[in-house]
Design a binder for this molecule. Structure first.
Ligand code: ADP
Ligand code: MG
Length: 343
């Protein structure tokens, strides 16, 4: 197939996206496809012979938000229009976060009438909005950490927020932007006096701030490919929480796949992961993040509709554990997308 891979973009996950793009382009080529690599924020085709899009790899911190704003936001539109979509059979999305993952680019592709990988417009938008996702999880009986949302309008009265946290679940509490990824802007607040600073940090990245009860325990994630969950992965991050550095720096996290869980618990979390995926209406593939509480319960944190796709990312690791290598994985994702659009 002739496949266009979209990567880069202007979200805080730009670097991670370029790393995913690099791996996806290579994987698709190995699987025998003809690939066109596009950086949506630059508005250009990356040279045919180029294989490294982020030569120094992902840094320990996300790129500066102000620097990202200078990247061309409107370029995505122009880029997608300008590469004669008629002879591209499929768009493979290697974008992460922002408009590449929240349904905006998906809507643009719907309008262009070109098949694309992963979830559609609504599921992408729901999954990107953590509070919306949590409302659906609760409706479906999928446990999620206790929470409340601060709309930008009510986030200013600090004493009110302090009272709310104290009454709802106390400390530690987790403060995060409602629609970010890669643990960007997230803080675990252990004492009341640190809440304001955590809110300021989250506000850099989002209008709405989610405050959640901290779930002590283990970190687990379930990938879904097509209509089935993949083997469970346990993550043991060096920093206690799975932050940006632990996510993207080699050796900063230990990964155990399949996770050491009883057969019953493995089945339970895989079913939960698949149900969360279906509840939001996801398609193709995704990854569902959980905390495994010391109370022996699984708490669903979120669904990632465009999870990391470097050769060492979590979904590729889980796929590998079930005998699917990276080129086979991207080929499967591409074929699932084609099948969906052909109906
Ligand atoms: N309620 C929570 N309790 C404990 N740890 C949490 C909680 N929420 C988030 N974390 C930690 O922060 C990481 C990122 O949170 P997550 O909700 O998955 O957002 P992101 O979209 O940034 O990945 C998690 O993988 C986990 O390590
Ligand atoms: Mg996550």
């Amino acid at each position: 197939m002739k496949i266009m891979v979209l990567m880069g973009g202007t979200s805080a996950e730009r670097d991670v996206s370029l790393a995913s793009g690099e791996a996806i382009v290579q994987g698709l080529r190995e699987a025998g496809h003809q690939v066109l690599a596009i950086d949506t924020s630059k508005g250009y085709k990356l040279p045919e012979h180029q294989t490294r899009f982020l030569p120094n790899g992902v840094k320990t911190e996300p790129p500066d938000v102000r620097a990202l704003q200078t990247e061309g936001k409107k370029m995505a539109l122009r880029t997608i229009e300008s590469f004669s979509l008629s002879d591209v059979e499929l768009v493979f999305l290697a974008l992460h976060g922002g408009q590449g993952e929240d349904g905006t680019v998906q809507a643009l592709l719907e309008l262009s009438g070109i098949p694309y990988t992963g979830s559609g417009v609504l599921a992408s938008a729901l999954a990107m909005d953590k509070a919306m996702s949590k409302k659906i999880f609760e409706r479906e009986g999928i446990l999620t950490p206790e929470w409340f949302l601060l709309e930008s309008s009510d986030s200013t009265d600090l004493s009110e927020v302090l009272r709310k946290v104290k009454n709802a679940f106390g400390y530690p509490a987790v403060v995060k932007p409602n629609d970010q990824g890669s643990t960007v802007g997230l803080t675990v607040v252990r004492e009341e006096k640190n809440l304001a600073k955590a809110m300021d940090e989250a506000k850099i990245y989002a209008e709405k701030i989610l405050i959640e009860k901290y779930i002590p325990g283990r970190e687990l994630t379930v990938g879904v490919l097509g209509e089935a969950p993949l083997p469970v992965i346990e993550i043991v991050p060096e920093h206690g929480i799975y932050d940006y550095e632990c996510k993207y720096t080699k050796g900063k996290s230990k990964y155990i796949c399949p996770a050491e869980l009883s057969i019953e618990k493995t089945k339970e979390i895989q079913e939960l992961g698949y149900r969360a995926f279906k509840a939001l209406g996801c398609e193709g593939y995704a990854r569902v993040d959980f905390r495994y509480g010391t109370d022996d319960k699984f708490y669903c944190l979120e669904v990632n509709t465009l999870p990391g796709m470097t050769a060492t990312s979590l979904v590729p690791k889980a796929a590998k554990a079930s005998g699917i290598d990276f080129p086979q994985l991207v080929d499967r994702i591409a074929k699932i997308a084609i099948k969906k659009f052909k109906g």
